[in-house]
Design a protein around this ligand. Structure first.
Ligand code: ADP
Ligand code: MG
Length: 255
């Protein structure tokens, strides 16, 4: 005969963390609900699996690095008419992630690029994908730090574990040669292996402006756009519109 403690120990060995923690409750359910052995075993294992998945998603959400929550439900397609709700909805089957394709949002400041990228990233997390959200600036610093420590390869390998990497706001600052090179290494590693969402204020033919080295700009663009859906966003800045509506004159930020 096995005691409660024996079972508890065996569940610990089997790493049945969540159902072990609530074993007494689960056992009392068996009595209260007159469950068969099979039903009870199913309930126990189902509980364990559900809790694991719930915790996995919560961890993914924490690690995603999304500081400002922007939801697709709050996106106003009457203001932003260069992309339709249908086009965005179609992305939410996440075939683009399953097929390792990229999304690129190009447009001037304030037209909703970051909002859309964040909204899509949050939906992907809900669906259980691992996502990492970063700005081009933070990414550049991140890779530079890794490179200085001689850990660039390891860092890139780490980033390649995400299903989707969002690089926000490429193009606001020029990069030096080493940064160009680091970014190329990352894009090369992600190419046809993981998905990238990129937002940028510059059209491809202007990418030379912020990549010091044309020899690097071309292969980066090439890899990014090879399997990408491009969205050219236009229209007026939403920030500007809000300022105008509030009757506050002047001063809109750069991005
Ligand atoms: P971009 O990244 O293109 O510079 P953002 O996505 O950061 O622009 O948008 C600027 C601000 O305006 C954000 O607060 C964003 O939530 C809001 N915004 C932009 N476009 C829309 C829109 N169509 N509907 C609702 N909010 C929007
Ligand atoms: Mg932005």
């Amino acid at each position: 005969m096995h005691s409660f403690d024996d079972v508890n120990r065996m569940m610990r060995s089997l790493n049945l963390k969540y159902s072990r923690e609530t074993l007494s409750t689960l056992l009392s359910h068996a009595g209260d609900q007159e469950l068969s052995h099979l039903q009870w075993t199913g309930m126990l294992l189902g509980y364990e699996l559900d809790e694991r998945e719930r915790h996995r998603r919560a961890t993914n959400r924490r690690q995603a690095g999304i500081q400002v929550e922007k939801h697709l439900d709050d996106f106003d397609y009457r203001h932003q008419t260069t992309i339709t709700k249908k086009q965005v909805q179609q992305l939410l089957d996440f075939q683009f992630i399953d097929h390792r394709k990229n999304l690129i949002f190009i447009g001037p400041p304030g037209v909703g690029k970051t909002h859309l990228a964040t909204g899509i990233a949050l939906k992907a997390l809900e669906q259980g994908y691992k996502v990492w959200f970063t700005t081009a600036l933070a990414l550049t610093e991140d890779l530079e730090m890794a490179e200085i420590k001689g850990r660039l390869k390891a860092r890139i390998a780490q980033l390649c574990r995400y299903d989707l990497v969002v690089i926000d706001e490429l193009g606001y600052l020029p990069m030096n040669r080493q940064n160009n090179h680091n970014l190329f290494q990352l894009i090369h590693a992600l190419y046809e292996y993981r998905s990238v969402i990129l937002t940028t204020n510059k059209d491809f033919n202007r990418w030379g402006d912020f990549f010091v080295d044309e020899n690097v700009a071309v292969p980066i663009v090439d890899r990014l756009i090879h399997h990408a859906q491009l969205f050219m966003l236009g229209g007026d800045s939403y920030r500007l519109k809000q300022k105008m509506a509030a009757g506050v004159p002047g001063g809109v930020g750069q991005n």
